[in-house]
Design a protein around this ligand. Sequence first.
Ligand code: NAD
Length: 373
Amino acid sequence: MTVKIAVLKETRPGELRVAMVPSVIDRLMRLGAQVAIQSGAGDAVKLPDAAFKNATCVVDAAQLVRDADIVLAVQPPAAETVRAMKTGALLISFIYANKEPALVDLLRQKKITCFAMERVPRISRAQTMDALSSQATLAGYYAALLGATHLARIFPRMTTAVGSLRPATVLVMGLGVAGLQALATARRLGAIVEGYDVRPETKGEAASLGARFVDTGVNATGEGGYARELTPEEKSKVAKVLTAHIQQADVIITTASVPGRPAPKLIGKAQVDGMKAGAVIVDLAADGGGNCEYTKPGETIQIGQVTIVAPLNVPSLLGEHASELYAKNLLNLLELLIHDGKIAPDWNDEVLAKTALTGAGSAKRVGVAKPAA
Ligand code: NAD
């Protein structure tokens, strides 16, 4: 028996990643899979069709998916591609069901079992499948570099023949996966680093990376380890403490998000207006609207002497490594699904039951919250 896997070329604007890389295909073949990719799928990450020696290349998406048992992608696929899929096949990609109600309906109509990568539970056993984390790690690293390159100063202390240069101060707001990686990267580059988050457990994590923690006295730990929305009183208490740190930073990297809500505004206009001349804000929450009131998602703007950089889909900017890590996340999930050359999911497995958005397993789930759409 062979499981037929199809890998789509991404079509959304700005999406450079590809869901599969050649080294991972070798491992899929050992699981009993046969892989076909859409022609040009890896072009944007310097993986031409010729690099996929172990896969068949197909030009047309509909033809590619027609007899596939499993379709892999990074972003939600186009509706016409889903329509061309076999009834009852599997789809694995990011979906964000609340933004894609029509697509979710279509998946249900076609009886597609869809594993939405943003639903992988944040538990230790699922870490190797956690694409939110693998992609956020890269984004955090890149944010520190963006901060460094937009600053007209250097990060480390440097002693020269004509005197010493003082190190930069980098404040990272939001210490999830991306924020901690941003802290670690800025510190490796020699900056003095400060971290802030509403979840108090991040204090120890920041300290272990050599950062000072900005303590505001507000605990906003919410469900499942994620942050909750703050009350207006809490917001004003936090703003007071933070203003001093915001206004002495050379670079601020913001990464805060609350699941299912627009990004919280952590830096107000008045706070930016009081920042040091030449300071830089890198707003990693731009996809969700941004953490700074001035942020224009997708743009780099100048407000007085302050530069605000707000790139969209940052993992895509490191597309080669982002694709490699994402492909490995998919492989680890596929290892739970494919046994002896057959698709045989164990729906009692919490990881599969919680990741399934539509299809067989989502109907069988026990004690698992209903999918968002
Ligand atoms: P995220 O992208 O959802 O949010 C980034 C950070 O923003 C979070 O640390 C959050 O607390 C913070 N934040 C939200 N509102 C804020 C505000 N108003 N001010 C300041 N900070 C604010 O985070 P993530 O990286 O996806 O991680 C989410 C959770 O999942 C964390 O608790 C993390 O430790 C956990 N996690 C667990 C595992 C695992 O155990 N396998 C893996 C990855 C993440």
